[in-house]
Ligand binder design. Structure first.
Ligand code: ZN
Length: 276
């Protein structure tokens, strides 16, 4: 399957800033290392970012003092497996402590930005409120974060919602993200191969082991699934413990998938209230 389709993805291009050719942005550090203190963006162009990204004020409940400059975008260096951001470059194959003790089933997981006080309202407004003002920006940032997996991908598959949740919410936010990324990368989306066999209770407040138990057996491959031999990029909104992504990955491997790379909009890093 190899390098193709999205093989010309930019390596470290930060899309919202890419159109700016002013000297100010020539010195942009290419997001090679984003400190978790989240001050980098604020110090070099936060106000400009606020003017070219959807205004934070569009999102209900958001602290008006916060802006995109407060969002911590994630890039290398990070754990080669789960994408946990490192403050220092420890080599391309470096793993975090958790992945060293037990490597996840997915080949890699990457996320566009940290799930924290600055991004929570944006994510929840998208997830539960149907607010899609920032969708194209989300897709571009996810393409940036997931460029390695996307460059090898044959297909994009969103984490499915159970039909009862889908009826209640009326849309699957992961499928919306998957569609936007697929369009950007000119890759097919498969929303049929992976299904949710049972509804799971809300994951908020559950520990890692609790989340694993909660999603165990929750996903199934459709009898018409066609993932055999394919490299899959699995899309979800928030990486919390990775339990959902691991359960989906296990299903896809059972169906003969060659490789699975996970890609999420945001991820819990530390100290943030867990998303529901
Ligand atoms: Zn890790």
């Amino acid at each position: 399957m190899g390098e193709k389709k999205a093989g010309n993805l930019p390596r470290t291009k930060i899309e919202p800033l890419a159109t700016f050719k002013t000297p100010m942005f020539k010195s942009w550090p290419r997001m090679k290392a984003v400190p978790l203190t989240a001050t980098t963006l604020k110090s070099i162009g936060g106000r400009v970012i606020d003017t070219i990204l959807p205004p934070m004020g569009l999102f209900p409940g958001l602290d008006p003092q916060l802006g995109w400059a407060d969002v911590t975008f994630i890039d290398d260096p990070c754990c080669a497996a789960c994408g946990f951001p490192f403050e220092f470059d420890m080599g391309d194959d470096a793993l975090c402590g958790r992945c060293t003790s037990k490597r996840p089933r997915y080949r890699s997981a990457r996320s566009a930005f940290a799930y924290n006080d600055a991004s929570r309202s944006v994510v929840l407004a998208f997830k539960h409120g149907g607010r899609t003002e920032a969708l194209s920006m989300f897709a571009r940032q996810m393409r940036r974060a997931g460029r390695d997996g996307l460059s090898k991908a044959d297909v994009i598959i969103p984490v499915p919602l159970h039909y009862s949740r889908l009826t209640q919410r009326r849309y699957n936010q992961s499928a919306i993200l998957a569609g936007a990324i697929a369009k950007l990368c000119r890759l097919p989306v498969d929303t049929h191969s992976l299904t949710r066999a049972r509804a799971t209770k809300t994951q908020g407040g559950l520990s890692y082991s609790g989340r694993r138990r909660n999603v165990r057996g929750a996903f199934r491959l459709s009898p018409k699934a066609s993932v055999g031999g394919k490299t899959v990029v699995l899309i979800d909104d928030v990486f919390t413990t990775g339990a959902t992504l691991e359960a989906c990955t296990q299903c896809l491997y059972k169906g003969g998938a060659k490789s699975v790379h996970a890609l999420t909009l945001a991820r819990v890093v530390k100290g943030a209230a867990l998303p529901t």
